[in-house]
Write a protein that binds this ligand. Structure first.
Ligand code: HEM
Length: 412
């Protein structure tokens, strides 16, 4: 998880940040600031906005067509919310790093209601810090080193179940990642709840990108029902663990949440358990799917990884050690770790994330352009070198070859 934060910072090139501009915030601002112009773009249909254009096709097509038309910052309307999309490394750094305090983590309304308002993703400040500490505590080497053999069992079971079948790698990886997530949340108790949690979670996730319309028959409604059932199952698990007074003997995430001195409520625990399943599952499954693809396309790398893994088995055989993988073995996999890291870099599995502006933000005011144009026009003249009419897309529309020009001091 920690790595993902570095990923988040380092992969700003691939990030599209959605900044939700809440109307009430804009209205509360002094009138001269509220009059600041919004970037160009279109808000689409009333309420529905441009949700279908974004979600019904490869998002790159949506982004590329918007960028061609409006540039790398444009306004739109997604999942019932007016927002601004930003798609340059500089803008991502501005939102996620240099001015992070001006932007509150957020998600579209449907996701927020399904995960639960008290999940870590929607908070800043003390509550966020506390949750972050509790999550990290459950993923320290000390806490996870003993579950390596259990993860191995889940992996072996998954792979065996694929044998002789045509499988959808991503779907299978999702099941694998889900089972591992449950293991890290509930420890060995997870098998007792796996099927019930799975059934409800799979209905819930279908509604993550739905319009938040809670009417019978809608995807959102079905998902919200599954969400309520998930809360009930989680409440039961928490109460069983409390009654057994066994918290001390667990080192899983639930124990970390339940053991907090200041105390999380059952609802806070439930929202964050579901939040972690959400955070851990599709991301991990996606990376694994890309790894399978890249290894298949690069036999030399596949051979090197296989060789590295075989030498671990050979070492165990030679020393008479059991074949079960342990924590120390996972430290002998530098090549495999590099494949994972390179896949994270190349595949860029999270292509956008969301933030809500906590106050009106002026990004890249035209100041720097004005200054440049002042000097360009007053001190220089220029001539274009080579073809003058061509356009190139990369995917941004640019003059051919970036418009090579020659600049001359303006002598008149
Ligand atoms: C390789 C797979 C993963 C990737 C690529 C990934 C990526 C990310 C990114 C980019 C964020 C920041 C989102 C934002 O700020 O808008 C994030 C947050 C988070 N991730 Fe992951 N993640 C992965 C796996 C996991 C796993 C396995 C867990 C399980 C604990 C997890 C738990 C979290 C949590 C709790 C947050 C919120 C942290 C906070 O708000 O401080 N992630 N992840």
């Amino acid at each position: 998880m920690e790595f993902s934060f570095f990923l988040c910072l380092f992969c700003v090139f691939s990030f599209f940040c959605l900044l939700f501009l809440i109307r009430s915030v804009l209205k509360s601002l002094p009138s001269n600031r509220a009059n600041l112009p919004l970037p160009p773009g279109s808000l689409g249909w009333p309420y529905i906005g441009e949700t279908f254009q974004l979600y019904s096709q490869n998002p790159n097509v949506f982004f590329a067509s918007k960028q061609r038309r409006y540039g790398s910052i444009f306004k739109t309307h997604i999942l019932g919310c007016p927002c601004v999309m930003m798609s340059s490394p500089e803008a991502a750094k501005f939102v996620l790093v240099t001015r992070a305090h001006l932007f509150k983590p957020t998600f579209p309304a449907s996701k927020e209601r399904m995960l639960g308002k008290q999940a870590i993703f929607f908070h800043q400040g003390d509550y966020h810090t506390k949750l972050r500490k509790l999550v990290l505590r459950a993923f320290t080497p000390q806490a996870i080193k003993n579950i390596v053999p259990d993860i191995e069992t889940i992996a072996q079971d998954s792979l065996q179940s694929w044998e002789g079948r045509l499988v959808n790698t991503f779907q299978e990886m999702k099941t694998f990642a889900f089972n591992v997530a449950l293991l890290s949340i509930f420890g060995k108790d997870e098998v007792l709840y796996r099927e019930d949690l799975k059934r409800c979670y799979f209905i819930l996730e279908k509604g993550y990108n739905s319009m938040p319309v809670n009417l019978p028959g809608t995807l959102f409604h079905k998902s919200m029902k599954a969400r309520k059932e998930l809360s009930r199952i989680l409440a039961k698990i928490i109460s069983t663990r409390r009654q057994a007074k066994k918290e001390e003997s667990h080192s899983d995430l639930l124990a970390s949440f339940m053991g907090d001195k200041e105390g999380l409520t059952d609802d806070q625990i439930a929202d964050n358990v579901i939040g972690v399943i959400f955070a851990a599952r599709d991301t991990t499954a996606s990376v694994l799917t890309w790894i399978v693809k890249y290894l298949g396309e690069n036999p030399g790398v596949l051979d090197a990884v296989t060789e590295e893994q075989r030498s671990i088995l050979k070492g165990k055989e030679e020393s008479g050690e059991e074949k079960v993988l342990n924590w120390a073995d996972t430290k002998k996999m530098p090549m495999t770790s590099r494949v994972i890291q390179e896949t994270l870099r190349v595949a860029s599995v999270l292509s956008f994330t969301f933030r809500e502006a906590v106050e009106d933000v002026e990004y890249e005011a035209k100041l720097e352009m004005l200054v440049l144009l002042h000097h360009l026009t007053t001190k220089y003249r220029w001539s274009v070198v080579g073809a003058q009419n061509g356009i190139q897309y990369g995917p941004f529309a640019l003059p051919q070859n970036g418009l090579p020009i020659r600049l001359h001091p303006n002598t008149c």
